[in-house]
Design a protein around this ligand. Structure first.
Ligand code: FAD
Ligand code: MG
Length: 339
């Protein structure tokens, strides 16, 4: 992970405690988990050491199961035996892959967890990032196909049908990790909490004065911590996919990390970022990436089909669109709220 990514990933969305009335005592803890992602947990009242310890050890467990950069992880084992044999996996891993395949189908393959060979080829976020040759892209494209992922719910095993295929759960696993963290906190006496896994935010509970939580939306062109508007929410998750999160530049062109499974290039459809607001963080994570790849028209249609799901779309031309149920106030007039 580059320093750039570390800095940027922790500030895409900021829960504005100073702007909100938060008189109750709070404590928070930050650790680098999930591949060096800045993960901050804030527990209001009763924020015991043991709760923090258990949460971060659970996050490390999820990383150890799902990281493609850990050779012993279940995902690495699935990738290593692609085209050879199925691999029995931990329940956590099966749940996430099953949901990833669901979103692949729902998005007509725009979201595709078998994008691994493209992620490796481009190397975005590593020191070996490069623009691949057309021949290299043509070689990996046939390997990107979620329909070649075979799942057996009976044995909890996963099989990639073709040699060279590889899963990458980077677009969905942080969401699952946030949901798991929320489930752990709900079992304690803590009533209010903010889970922030690299800008993938989940808010638990109501504020004491019943006012809404305020989340600052990062200025995609701006400096660290500057925001362009405020989103007001109840107990929800807010997840972003954007071009400014992880990228490299060659010449005049910026190459970011969200790929079109059909042409093998970073998606270029006018979006700077897509923000999804809903109840389940794994769904929000998958959906933010899926909508980013689908583009505005198809992406918005998909969001509007789903219950209790809202979105904000931020474009390169500084226009912003949002779905009807989104409580977003623009504070930076260099952007335009279109609808
Ligand atoms: P999202 O939009 O949610 O996801 C984008 C990511 O999804 C891309 O980076 C790519 O991995 C994948 N992707 C790209 N296109 C598509 C597509 N069309 N369909 C589906 N998926 C796509 N980063 C490191 O640098 N080193 C690590 O060791 C490392 N380990 C990690 C371990 C875990 C368990 C997790 C959850 C993440 C890890 N990461 C690591 C970060 C990871 O590689 C992603 O970059 C990150 O999760 C991107 O999240 P996002 O919210 O910024 O973007
Ligand atoms: Mg995502």
């Amino acid at each position: 992970m580059t320093i750039n990514k570390l800095k940027i990933s922790c500030i895409q969305l900021i829960v504005l405690l100073s702007l909100s009335v938060c008189s109750q005592p709070q404590s928070s803890r930050t650790e680098f988990v999930l591949g060096g992602t800045v993960c901050t947990i804030t527990l209001f009242e009763q924020g015991k050491d043991s709760v923090y310890r258990d949460i971060f050890s659970r996050l490390r467990e999820i990383e150890n199961l799902m990281s493609v950069n850990i050779p012993s992880s279940d995902v690495s084992r699935i990738n290593a035996t692609a085209g050879v044999k199925p691999v029995q996996v931990h329940d956590d891993v099966f749940i996430v892959i099953e949901r990833a395949v669901y979103y692949a189908q729902l998005s007509g393959g725009a979201f595709d967890p078998s994008v691994g060979p493209l992620v490796s080829l481009w190397g975005i976020g590593s020191n070996n990032a490069k623009v691949p040759s057309p021949a290299e892209i043509d070689k990996v494209l046939p390997l990107i196909n979620w329909q070649d992922i075979e799942l057996d719910p009976q044995t909890k095993s996963v099989y990639l049908k073709n040699k060279g295929m590889a899963l990458d759960l980077g677009a969905i696993a942080k969401g699952y990790a946030a949901d798991e963290t929320a489930a752990m906190i709900k079992k304690t006496t803590v009533e209010r909490a903010i889970i922030d896994l690299g800008g993938n935010i989940l808010i638990l509970g109501e504020k004491k004065d019943k006012s809404l939580w305020k989340v600052g939306v990062q200025d995609p062109y701006g400096s660290r911590g500057s925001y362009i508007g405020i989103l007001q929410i109840t107990e929800k998750t807010v997840v972003t996919s954007g071009v400014y999160e992880r990228f490299f530049e060659e010449g005049e062109t910026r190459y970011h990390h969200i790929f079109s499974p059909s042409n093998g290039f970073p998606v270029n459809n006018g979006f700077l970022s897509v923000i999804i607001i809903t109840n389940n963080s794994m769904n929000a994570d998958a959906l933010s990436t899926a909508v980013f790849v689908l583009g505005y028209e198809k992406g918005r249609k998909l969001v509007e089909l789903l219950p209790e799901t809202e979105a904000i779309f931020i474009f390169e031309d500084r226009s912003i669109r949002k779905t009807a149920g989104t409580d977003f106030t623009l504070t930076d007039n260099s952007f335009r709220l279109v609808d």
